[in-house]
Design a protein around this ligand. Sequence first.
Ligand code: SF4
Length: 506
Amino acid sequence: MKLTLWTYEGPPHVGAMRIATAMTGVHYVLHAPQGDTYADLLFTMIERRDRRPPVTYTTFQARDLGGDTAELFKTAAREAVARFRPEVLLVGASCTGELIQDDPEGLTRGLDVPVIALDLPAYQRKENWGASETFYHLVRRFAAGKPLPREGRQPCCNILGPTALGFRHRDDVREIEQLLGRLGVAINVVAPMGASPGDLTRLGEADFNVVLYPEIADTAAAWLERQFGQKRVTTVPIGVGATRAFVAEVAALAGLSAADCERNSNLPWYSRSVDATYLTGKKVFIFGDASHAIAAARVAVTELGFALVGLGTYSREYAKDVRQAAASYGIEALITDDYLDVEAQVAATEPDLVLGTQMERHICKRLGIPCAVISAPVHVQDFPARYSPQMGFEGANVLFDTWVHPLMMGLEEHLLAMFREDSEFGEGAAPSHLPVSAAPVPVDVVAEAAPSADAVWLPEAEQALRRIPVFVRGKARRNTEAYARSQGVAAIALQTLYDARAHYAR
Ligand code: SF4
C-alpha cells in the first residue's frame, strides 16, 4: 500500500460510512484498529455534522492481536444492536481489520436484526467504490414495489446518490427537488441521504430514477432498471446547458412538456455582459471526481468562454468518460490519484484558474494561482452556512460567482487597462479599503518561481515585481523573462517590466 500525506479518496470503509451516516436506521460495526476513529472527524469537524456517524468500532489494539479479536467483534455487534436498535446492521472491516481475517458475517449470525456484510477490498478499491457498493447492497436487500397505475396521479421519481460528506449534496437535492416540482414531477424517495431502510422498500414504486451522483448511485440505479424497468436520468445538471438537457430528459421520461421552469438563471447574461469579457480565453485547469470535472469543463468552455488547458480525475472507474471529454476539447486527460502529478501539470500549463478539490486548493496556494473547489475531497469551508448548490439554475449562478470572483482584482479589467497609469490603480497600489498612505503589504516570496538563469533582475525591477499581488507575481515574472529573452535583453530593468506588461496587455 502506498502511504501518502494527501489523498483524494479514503479507503472503501469511509465510503460505507458516508452511506450509513447519510441514512437513518442504519448502524455500521467496523472491525478496525484503535486510531481509525479518526474517520468520525471527517463528518463532525469537516461536515459540521451535529452527531457522530452511526459507527461502532471494535478498536482492537496491538495487544489484542494475539487474543480473541473475533469475540471482540461479536461483543461490539451485540452491544451496538442493543444500544442503537437499527433497522439494519452493516458489518465490515477497515484495511487493518481485513488483515486479521475474522469473518464479520459469520460472527453476527443469530443477531435479531437484518445484517449486510460488506466485503470492501481496501487494498484494491477506494472510497467512492465503497460508497457505491454499500448503497447497492442496501438497495438490493430492501427495494421492492412496482409503479402505481399512472391514471390520476403525477409522474414520480427517486433521486439517487446524495451522501454524507458529499460536495454540496445537501443543497443540490433541495435545488433539484424544487426544479422537479416546477416541472410537475413528484419525489418518491431520496436516497441514501435522509432515507431509512423502510423508505428503500418503496423505491420500485417510482416511474424512473434521477442519478445525481453516478459515482455513488450508478450501480444501484442499473440494478433497479434491470429489476423494475425504471429508466434513468443520467445528465448531471451542473451548468445552464446541462440543466436544460436534464429538464428535457426528465420531461421525456415523465411524459410532460418542459415548460418554463428556468428561473433565477443569471449565468447566460452575466457571462455575456461587458464586465465578463475578460473571462474569454482565460486558461482553466480542471481536476476532481469524474462527474464534477466533466460538468465543470462543459460549463467553463461553453458557458463562460474559458480555454481548457487541463482536465483530469482521480476516479479511475470513470477514466474512459473523462478521456472522451478531454479529447473532445483537444487535450489529453490526466488520470491519477497522485497529487504530485496534478501539481506538475498545473505548473506546466500555467492556468489563470484551477477548478479542483481541496488538494488543488493546497497546490494552488503554493503556486500562487487562484482556485475554486468543484468536487470532493472537501474542507470545512465547502459546507457553507448559506444555501449554495452546484446543480440546477441556481447552482449555475453559484458557479458563476465562485469561479469568476477569484479572477477579479476589485476593478474590472477594461477599467484597469484605462487607468493603468494612474497611481491610485497601479499594480503596486494598496487595496482601496485601506488608507491611501498604506504601504504595500510585505509578501512572502517563497512560493515564487525562481528567476531564470539567463535573465538578471536589477534591484529596482525586482522591487517593483514584489509589489505585484502574490497570486499573479509568478506569472508576471515568467512573462517578463520570456519577453526579455525575446528582445535579447540580458538585464531586466524597471522599463523592461513595463514594456513586458504593455506587450502582454495588447
Ligand atoms: S486501517 Fe486503513 S484507514 Fe485505518 S489507519 Fe490503517 S490504512 Fe488508515
